[in-house]
Design a protein. Structure first.
Length: 628
C-alpha cells in the first residue's frame, strides 16, 4: 500500500527508493520498534468523536529511515493528506481532540525536526476605503521617473500567491500565464474572493491603455496561483505549495499578501524560491500593534504607510519588518471594476513590483542584492537607520531602479567565498551507540543553501534549514570506526567542508564492561509525593543516573506500564480519570545499558470528582529505539 498520496505534478511520493535488502532491514527494525512499544506501553487512546479534523505539518530529521516514518505515522493513527517533497514536509490529519493529545508527544520525539499546526490564514487586508480617482502611491514612490528607465520586461514573471486573478478584467487579461489552483487541485485560477485580483492590479496592471489603473511593473507577466478558499482563507501548506510551484516555473518575484511570519514551513518554501533566484515579498500584517517575530532572511516584510508617510494605524510592526510602502487608499483592480483598498496586502505588491522592475533592467541581480538595494535606497522616514515601524524606510522606485541599472558586473558577480562548516557533535574520537543527533554549524555572509552529512565518504543525509541536525540510528551499522564529514553550500553554489572526524560505534555489550559495571542505576520518584492526593491527573517525574548510561525508564501504575522513556526528561502526564478512588502504587524502573535495573515506588491516593466516562491516554516514547 502506498502511504504517501500522489498529486498532479507527481510530487507527492514518499522518498528515495531502497534496495530489497535495505527495505527488509528497515522493516525488521520497525517490527522490533513496534514490539518494544507494545511490550512496554499500553496504548489505549479513546476520545469522543470530534466535530472536525485538523492538520499538522511534520518534518523528520534528515537520516530518519522511511520505514520509521511510515511506522510512526501509522502507529499514531495519523492520515497523510499531502507531502511537499521539495521541502520534505508531510501534512497529516486526525480528529481535533486526537491531534491535541499527539502534538506535544511529536514535539518531544527526537525523530521530528518540525511540528506546526496547518492553521487557516486570512489575507492581510482591511475594509476598503471610498474610491479614489488618483493613484497617489505611484507618485509617492517615484514611479513616473522609474518608468523612464523601465516599465518592466515580459520575461520577468511575478507570481501572485493568493485567491486567484480575474481572467476577464481588461487591465489583467492578456498578461496572465496559465497557473494552478492548489485549493481545488485544478487549473482554474479565476478569483472567487477578489483579493488576488486587487493585489495583481497593484503590482502589474496593464498601463497606458486608456482604461483603468496603472500597475507598478506594468510590462511584467503575472503567474496566478490560487491557494485560498472562496472566503479568502488559506493554510501554510497551501502557501508553501504555491511558492514552490512558482519557483519551478521560473517566477523571479512572488507576492504573498498574508501574515505568514513565524511559520517555519512557509519560510522553508520561501528559501526554496530564493535558492532559485527569486525574491519573496509578504505583508507585515494588519494587527495595528507590535509583533515580536524575528527577521526572516528569505522574505521581505512590508509595513503600510499613508499619503503623509506616517505608519498606517492598522499596520503591524516589529523587528521582522524590512521595508514600508503605501498601503492606505490604494486604487486598484476589482472583480468587474476598480476601487480603493487599504492594508499591508497592498503595500507588499508595491515593493514586489519595484523588485520586478529592478530584475527587468538587471536580471543578474541575486535576491540578496535586490533586497540590499531596496533597503539602501529607501527613504528614511522613521528614526535614523532601521526602526521597527518602517524597517529601512519607505520604498523609492526610482532610486532603486537607478541603483540596479548602475550595479556593475563585478558587484553582481558570483560569491567566491565558501561557507564555514563544523561538526559540533559528536566529538572526534567519541564512542556512540543507539540513536544520536549529529549537529553541524555552518555560516556564510550570503546565506546557507544546504548542509550535507557524509559517512565514510558516502552521502548520508541533506538538511536545507537550520538548525542543521541529522538523526543517525547507529544500530543500523556494524560496530567499528566511522568517518563523518559535513559539506555546506552557499546561495552561489560554493561548498565548504568540515574536518573529518572519526567516531566509534559500539552497540554490542562487552563482557569486560559488564563485569566492571557492577552497580545498578540510581532512581528516585520526584513527583508526586508519597501518599499525595490526586484528582483527575498527576505529573510523574523521575530522576535517574548510571555510570554506563540509562537505557530506558519504565513508569508503572498498579503494576501496568504506562510509559517507556528512552531519554531525559523522565516525565509523563498520568490521567487518573478511569482509575478507582483509593491508593495506587507508582513504580519507576531504570535500566542501564547492560540490563541492570533499579526501581523506586511510592503510593498516591486518587480522589476523583468529575465525569468518569472520559477515558485516559498513555504517553509513549517516540523515536529513540535500539535494535539488538
Amino acid at each position: 500500500m502506498r502511504l504517501w498520496p500522489r498529486g498532479p505534478s507527481g510530487a507527492f511520493h514518499g522518498g528515495p527508493r531502497q534496495s530489497p535488502k535495505q527495505s527488509r532491514a528497515k522493516c525488521f527494525g520497525i517490527v522490533l520498534l513496534v514490539a518494544l512499544f507494545l511490550t512496554f506501553a499500553t496504548i489505549s487512546i479513546h476520545i469522543a468523536i470530534p466535530q472536525s479534523n485538523s492538520q499538522l505539518l511534520l518534518r523528520f530529521k534528515p537520516g530518519v529511515p522511511e520505514g520509521a516514518k511510515t511506522s510512526l505515522v501509522r502507529l499514531l493513527g495519523l492520515r497523510v493528506v499531502d507531502y511537499v517533497q521539495q521541502i520534505d514536509v508531510y501534512v497529516v490529519s486526525a480528529p481535533d481532540e486526537k491531534l491535541r493529545l499527539l502534538e506535544p508527544i511529536l514535539r518531544a520525539s527526537p525523530l521530528i525536526d518540525l511540528v506546526e499546526v496547518d492553521h487557516p490564514v486570512a489575507a492581510s487586508r482591511v475594509p476598503g476605503d471610498p474610491y479614489y480617482s488618483v493613484q497617489w502611491h505611484l507618485q509617492k514612490i517615484g514611479c513616473p521617473s522609474a518608468w523612464d528607465i523601465s516599465t518592466g520586461s515580459s520575461n520577468v514573471i511575478i507570481a501572485v500567491i493568493d485567491s486567484g486573478v480575474d481572467p476577464s478584467h481588461p487591465d489583467l487579461a492578456g498578461k496572465l500565464l496559465p497557473g494552478w489552483n492548489f485549493y481545488d487541485n485544478n487549473d482554474d485560477t479565476s478569483d472567487l474572493y477578489g483579493h488576488g485580483t486587487k493585489v495583481a492590479g497593484v503590482v502589474a496592471a496593464v498601463t497606458n491603455n486608456g482604461v483603468g489603473v496603472a500597475g507598478v511593473a506594468w510590462n511584467c507577466t503575472i503567474l496566478p496561483v490560487r491557494v485560498t478558499s472562496s472566503r479568502g482563507y488559506t493554510t501554510p501548506s497551501l502557501l508553501s505549495r504555491g511558492l514552490i510551484y512558482a519557483a519551478d516555473r521560473g517566477a523571479r518575484v512572488a507576492v504573498v499578501s498574508f501574515h505568514v511570519f513565524g511559520n517555519s514551513v512557509v519560510s522553508s518554501a520561501a528559501k526554496y524560491f530564493v535558492d532559485r533566484g527569486g525574491v519573496v515579498v509578504a505583508a507585515a500584517g494588519n494587527t495595528g500593534k507590535y509583533e515580536s517575530y524575528g527577521d526572516d532572511p528569505y522574505v521581505i516584510s512590508v509595513s503600510a504607510t499613508t499619503n503623509s508617510d506616517a505608519i498606517a494605524s492598522f499596520s503591524s510592526y516589529g523587528p521582522y519588518v524590512d521595508l514600508s510602502a503605501p498601503g492606505s487608499g490604494i486604487y486598484t483592480t476589482f472583480k468587474g471594476g476598480y476601487g480603493a483598498v487599504s492594508g499591508t496586502s497592498f503595500s507588499a505588491p508595491i515593493v514586489a513590483g519595484v523588485a520586478a522592475l529592478m530584475l527587468s533592467v538587471n536580471p543578474s541581480l541575486t535576491p540578496a542584492q535586490v533586497e540590499q538595494i531596496l533597503e539602501s535606497t529607501a527613504v528614511d522616514i522613521g528614526d535614523p537607520g532601521y526602526d521597527v515601524y518602517y524597517g529601512w524606510g519607505r520604498v523609492d522606485a526610482y532610486a532603486a531602479l537607478k541603483a540596479a541599472l548602475e550595479a556593475s558586473s563585478s558587484s553582481c558577480s558570483m560569491d567566491a567565498m565558501p561557507p564555514s562548516v563544523e561538526i559540533v557533535y559528536p566529538a572526534d574520537g567519541e564512542a556512540v551507540s543507539g540513536s544520536i543527533t549529529v549537529r553541524v554549524e555552518a555560516s556564510d555572509d550570503r546565506g546557507i543553501s544546504k548542509v550535507e552529512l557524509y559517512k565514510n565518504g558516502e552521502l548520508f543525509a541533506v538538511d536545507p534549514d537550520p538548525p542543521y541536525e541529522f538523526h543517525w540510528n547507529t544500530t543500523d551499522d556494524a560496530d567499528g570506526a566511522y568517518a563523518l564529514t559535513a559539506r555546506a553550500y552557499d546561495m552561489a553554489g560554493n561548498a565548504g567542508a568540515s574536518n573529518n572526524i572519526t567516531v566509534t560505534v559500539s552497540n554490542s555489550p562487552r563482557d569486560a564492561d559488564e563485569a566492571f559495571d557492577s552497580a545498578p542505576p540510581t532512581v528516585k520518584i520526584i513527583k508526586p509525593l508519597n501518599e499525595q492526593v490526586v484528582a483527575k491527573s498527576a505529573q510523574i517525574v523521575v530522576s535517574a543516573s548510571d555510570d554506563s548510561g540509562i537505557d530506558r525508564m519504565e513508569l508503572c501504575v498498579g503494576g501496568s506500564v504506562i510509559a517507556v522513556l528512552c531519554a531525559e526528561p523522565y516525565a509523563c502526564a498520568w490521567d487518573a480519570g478511569p482509575v478507582k478512588d483509593g491508593r495506587h502504587m507508582v513504580t519507576a524502573k531504570a535500566y542501564d545499558i547492560h540490563g541492570k535495573c533499579s526501581e523506586d515506588s511510592m503510593s498516591v491516593c486518587v480522589q476523583y470528582v468529575g465525569d468518569r466516562s472520559v477515558r485516559w491516554t498513555c504517553t509513549i516514547c517516540l523515536g529513540v529505539y535500539r535494535v539488538r
